[in-house]
Design a binder for this molecule. Structure first.
Ligand code: NDP
Length: 234
């Protein structure tokens, strides 16, 4: 049976690979986008997750057109790298507002329908740096570590309602986000990866789809690294 799936930031990068994986399996997939032309094949809703009103409107549209969200993948995220000395309050707060508070906004809104259905799957996209730390990414790492505490608290709150909440923590994956790094930075990260390469968005999507599947019904509060061994299980 097809499910109603929402992938935030599903218009490109890892989010698009996740959206495709669910659509290929026969699910009805909604994606959010902010600007430009969204990819075809999905219910594309315009939504900036830093704006609660836009989140509300997006959910209304999705509920009208494909029913309440049964599987939520909170993938949208940003970086604004800077050493602490030069990191402005805006650099810090804007990254937290998207990656952590934005995730709170979309999960809270999805939870309403999931509680009613007494069933739901939530997967949050964190990062290996959430637990490892990363010089120049204090804002990003704090937001991604925050997602782990957020997910585990919800796993406890919502488990008795048959709603699972899990985290996928990718390592370095080939997308616009990492293409913004210079070659030397990329190489120095890849050198630390036991599998000796960066990941592909489809490899992250496979783990997300598993966590949303029937086979993963007994997994909640987990952090699944998909990082070529970079974080050694963390
Ligand atoms: P991209 O930069 O390629 O894509 C980011 C996505 O997030 C875009 O779809 C973007 O939408 C969306 N987004 C950003 N801000 C907002 C916002 N305020 N409201 C709605 N959507 C927003 O990144 P990736 O695909 O690489 O990253 C996806 C996720 O994976 C992120 O959470 C990232 O932190 C995480 N991650 C990525 C890693 C990597 O190596 N690439 C490693 C570890 C984690 P738009 O097109 O409208 O800008």
């Amino acid at each position: 049976m097809s499910r109603s799936v929402l992938v935030t930031g599903g218009n490109r990068g890892i989010g698009l690979a996740i959206a495709r994986a669910f659509a290929d399996a026969g699910d009805d997939v909604a994606i959010t986008y902010r600007t430009g032309e969204p990819p075809a094949g999905f219910l594309a809703v315009k939504c900036d997750i830093t704006d609660a009103e836009q989140v509300e409107q997006a959910y209304k549209e999705i509920e009208d057109r494909q029913g309440p969200v049964q599987v939520l993948v909170a993938n949208a995220g940003v970086t604004r790298d800077q050493l602490l000395m030069r990191m402005s309050e805006d650099d810090f707060c804007s990254v937290l507002d998207t990656n952590l508070t934005g995730t709170f906004r979309v999960v809270k809104r999805a939870n309403r329908g999931m509680l009613r259905a007494r069933k739901g799957r939530v997967v949050l996209i964190s990062s290996v740096v959430g637990l490892l730390g990363s010089a120049g990414q204090a804002n990003y790492a704090a937001s991604k570590a925050g997602l782990v505490g957020f997910a585990r608290s919800l796993a406890r709150e919502l488990g008795s309602r048959n709603i699972t909440v899990n985290v996928v923590a990718p390592g370095i994956v080939d997308t616009d986000m990492t293409r913004a790094l210079d070659e030397a930075q990329r190489e120095s990260i890849v050198k630390q990866v036991p599998l000796a390469r960066g990941g592909q968005p489809e490899e992250i999507a496979a783990a997300v789809r598993f966590l949303a599947s029937e086979e993963a019904a007994y997994i909640t509060g987990a952090v699944i690294p998909v990082d070529g061994g970079l974080g050694m299980g963390h």
